[in-house]
Design a protein around this ligand. Structure first.
Ligand code: 1PZ
Length: 215
């Protein structure tokens, strides 16, 4: 049926959207960035409803950015670079504490950007893992080195509980729907440098404009 076709997807396609993110002069297209996250959320949902509180937050943030993209100033949101310039020039960002712009594009994207670092760390562990590696451990280690640094105790606790019910490595690879483990490893080897580049470019842009701690 159409519904089940819709459910069945391959993680390669998702990670490929991150390839489309970079323009020739290395700017990050917001449209593709958001599309990449949409695919990841779909993947997360296919792992089970325990991850609902995570995907819900991601969906909210994706929606905030999509609304800007489709809004009357959408042309200012074509790339992350143009978004940062536009929002800063027009004082549309709460820089030190939350105030009149609690959902700026800049602070919203920063949350996804930090999550992209988690993804990079996790996929790298997955790529170099062996048959007896535990996805829950790889996930928790990646989280502790990245996103957890920005999360309060209660969120860390809930995330830790969710990681425990992640399927084991064989089932996890199955859900990725990429093919046999060797193929998963090869696909990750191709996708990771791109994800890493998108992350680095965004990180440097945010660092340059002192935006890495936006409330
Ligand atoms: C495959 C296993 C998936 C594990 C995903 C690991 C990430 C765990 C993140 C748990 C946080 C969820 C609750 C939301 C917290 C929000 O408070 C924060 C900060 O936003 P603010 O409150 O400042 O508006 N949100 C985030 O940090 C964004 C989290 C996005 C996570 C997306 C994960 C997508 C996973 C893809 C799976 C391949």
């Amino acid at each position: 049926s159409v519904a089940s076709d819709d459910q069945k997807f391959c993680l390669t396609e998702v990670l490929d959207t991150f390839k489309l993110c970079l323009s020739e002069n290395k700017e990050v297209y917001l449209e593709h960035y958001v599309a990449g996250w949409r695919g990841l959320v779909k993947f997360l949902n296919s792992l089970g409803s325990v991850f609902g509180f995570i995907s819900k937050d991601a969906v909210n943030k994706i929606q905030v950015l999509v609304n800007y993209l489709n809004g009357e100033n959408g042309s200012q949101y074509v790339t992350v670079q143009s978004m940062v310039k536009y929002e800063l020039d027009n004082e549309l960002v709460d820089l030190t504490k939350r105030g009149s712009h609690p959902e700026s594009g800049c602070r919203t994207l920063l949350r996804l950007h930090r999550a992209l670092r988690w993804l990079e760390l996790f996929l790298e562990r997955l790529r170099t893992s062996t048959e007896d590696s535990k996805t829950s451990v790889m996930c928790a280690e990646s989280y502790n080195e990245s996103l957890a640094l920005y999360h309060p105790w209660v969120v860390r606790k809930a995330a830790g509980m969710a990681f425990c019910v992640l399927p084991g490595r064989p089932a996890f690879f199955e859900v990725m729907n990429v093919g046999p483990p060797e193929q998963v490893v090869a696909m990750l080897g191709e996708a990771l440098p791109l994800i890493s580049e998108v992350y680095q470019i965004t990180e440097e842009l945010y660092a340059q404009h002192l935006l890495l701690d936006l409330p």
